[in-house]
Design a protein around this ligand. Structure first.
Ligand code: SAM
Length: 242
């Protein structure tokens, strides 16, 4: 068992190093410019509508005022490593606005970059609840999980402390079916596969299975193909729709 874990850890470390190199070559400007076109292939929304949500995000002063200050807190404390980039948050913002997502579940909160973007879309939608799961303890530095989430969004946010392996099945059973599931916790393949499979069984028809760091392996693409989901990747986030 220990040997198996050591091999898995070594493979994961290799994949992370390879992803680091791939990210240096990835043209994020182009990824961002193509976001609306790629999402329009799998969502019931036009490119023009999706670009409209991107512009709306840019002009969301109430969000950016708080988010920028709190990102600065985390950077100043020297613990920002591991925070999901805002450009991936924008992808989730656009998806949640386009589909009017009401019930969402996310694993892997850290400072809550993704959470903040999903919740901002819910505020603009005028409804919605996000359930998030992260391990016992807390993130590095003098912060709570979800530090980046603006106060205005917090009444829509429910935090569940524990290992996703233990928390997720019961949580999804209790609140499902869900409109959106987002994986951003442990990116080792057995855990990713566990979360995708558990979430898919509780996904609303037409709902979205999203995952960060899908470029680590072929898992997300294969899982989408095997389960008949339409999918695309924007920056480092995969979006698949049932
Ligand atoms: C990459 S960070 C998440 C970044 C975050 N989504 C954001 O928007 O900035 C990964 C997080 O997953 C959490 N995590 C790792 N393994 C987990 C597990 N088995 N269950 C729940 N959370 C887990 C870690 O504690 C960490 O906070």
């Amino acid at each position: 068992m220990t040997d198996t874990n050591a091999v898995r850890d070594a493979i994961y470390a290799f994949r992370k190093a390879r992803l680091g190199l791939e990210r240096r070559r990835l043209d994020y400007g182009r990824e961002t410019r193509d976001r609306a076109d790629r999402l329009a292939e799998i969502l019931p929304a036009s490119v023009a509508e999706l670009r409209g949500y991107e512009r709306e995000y840019e002009s969301l002063e109430w969000f950016h005022d708080t988010y920028a200050d709190r990102v600065a807190d985390v950077h100043d404390a020297g613990v920002a490593t591991g925070t999901t980039h805002w450009r991936d948050g924008v992808t989730l913002y656009v998806v949640c606005r386009a589909l009017g997502i009401e019930t969402a579940v996310e694993t892997g909160v850290l400072y809550g970059s993704f959470d903040a973007h999903i919740l901002a879309a819910m505020v603009e939608n005028g409804g919605g609840t996000l359930h998030s799961v992260d391990l016992p303890g807390g993130p590095p530095g003098p912060f709570e999980y979800g530090h980046l989430i603006p106060d205005r969004c917090r009444d829509r946010w429910h935090f569940h402390r524990g290992d996703a392996r233990e928390v997720l099945p019961d949580l999804l059973e209790r609140i499902g079916p869900v409109d959106l599931f987002l994986h951003d916790s442990d990116h080792r393949l057995p855990h990713m596969r566990f979360e995708y499979e558990t979430a898919l069984a509780h996904l609303e028809a037409g709902g979205v299975l999203a995952s960060h760091d899908v470029r680590l392996s072929a898992l997300f693409d294969r899982f989408s193909d095997t389960n008949g989901l339409q999918s695309c990747v924007v920056c480092d986030t995969g979006i698949a729709r049932s």
